[in-house]
Design a protein around this ligand. Structure first.
Ligand code: PLP
Length: 339
């Protein structure tokens, strides 16, 4: 039995019993190993430490009202991990290996899957790193792919309430032909100064513009941006944006409820014309945006005056959460039930 305070779980690291690991050596993936250590032993010249050969993912498993455990769109995550690996010349983990490892990690840590009703879930963190020793700049010849898990509470304690964003133009997250489209740690390192400054200035998250000419919206911190205008769900298309699986799902749900979906460049000047705006990602599903303050000009665009999320964002959020928790019909077959 576990003695976990499900109601007050933070969104953070939580020690569980096991993680699973697989090493790539001599040109092939080895056996899946189970470990109860929280530590990795590796060579000090490993390429992940020096040259940023590192990619990760984020998958969630939910305990439904029926007691079943459902994993949300793990195969999309597996394919994205493959693109990330390929993008920085790492060994590419097969989709089947990814699946085997996440289901093994869930089953071994089943008692840490939060019960239904607390807005909590089991967060799975697949991690791929170059472990081979190199000093010259080149890809490693050895890799570690691992999955660790932990129960997490809602990303924002206040729940589904609008938060304020800052839009900036003096830091870039990713270059136009860089690595913004893949989930690699380097993008996060590049975003930290802007994110922490934003927090210190009172904003839970920061919107990055496209780095080529700064006229367009790129990412909303570690999440995708979307706006609602009339009958349309509008989300930026840019080579430096990470294709969010939550966004992909919301676009489908938007179509399902009869909205037009526009995947295109979104000019900063267009922010004024949206009735609702939000950020989306696995951690929070949707973070409704209350207002966006331009750090350069002080201009404020407000989406919520009453402290509530807009009706369309709310509808999409409830629909997606419902599918994840098994209370809404999973008509697109996004969930895999853990057997
Ligand atoms: C992970 C991530 C997202 C969200 O992707 P999901 O698949 O929805 O979790 C968005 N932007 C960036 C930069 C990310 O790293």
């Amino acid at each position: 039995m576990t003695n976990i305070d499900w109601k007050n779980l933070p969104f953070g690291y939580f020690k569980t019993d096991y993680n699973v690991r697989c090493y790539y050596r001599n040109g092939k993936w080895g056996e899946v190993e189970v470990s109860s250590s929280e530590y990795i032993t590796m060579h000090m010249a490993a390429t992940c430490l020096h040259y940023g050969q590192e990619a990760f993912g984020g998958v969630k498993a939910f305990r439904g009202s029926d007691g079943k455990i459902r994993v949300f769109r793990w195969m999309e995550n597996a394919k994205r991990m493959q693109r990330s690996a390929e993008g920085i010349m790492m060994a590419v983990p097969p989709v089947e290996l990814f699946g085997e490892m996440i289901f093994k990690a869930i089953k071994l840590n089943e008692k840490y899957v939060p019960p239904y009703g607390y807005g909590a879930s089991l967060y799975l963190r697949p991690l791929l790193i170059g472990t081979g020793a190199e000093v010259g700049v080149k890809p490693a010849d050895e890799y570690l792919f691992m999955v660790f898990v932990g129960p997490v509470g809602p990303y924002f304690k206040e729940g589904f309430k609008p938060v304020n964003f800052q839009i900036i133009s003096d830091y870039d997250r990713a270059a136009p032909f860089g690595t913004g489209h893949i989930k690699v740690g380097g993008n996060y390192a590049a975003s930290l100064k802007a994110l922490i400054r934003g927090k210190n200035e009172g904003f839970p998250s920061v919107i990055f513009r496209n780095s080529a000419d700064r006229r367009y919206i790129d990412e909303a911190g570690p999440a995708n941006f979307f706006g609602i205008k009339g009958n349309s769900y509008i989300t930026p298309d840019s080579p430096s944006i990470l294709p969010s699986i939550t966004n992909l799902s919301l676009r489908q749900l938007a179509k399902d409820i009869g909205l037009n979906v526009e995947l295109r460049s979104v000019a900063v000047d267009e922010l004024d014309s949206f009735e609702e705006a939000g950020a989306c990602g696995t951690a929070a599903v949707i973070t409704p945006i209350g207002k966006i303050v331009d750090r350069d000009t002080g201009k404020v665009v407000e989406y919520s005056k009453d402290g509530k999320a807009g009706p369309i964002s709310t509808k999409l959020y409830n629909k997606l959460k419902g599918i994840q928790e098994g209370t809404e019909e999973d008509i697109h077959n996004w969930n895999t039930v853990v057997e």
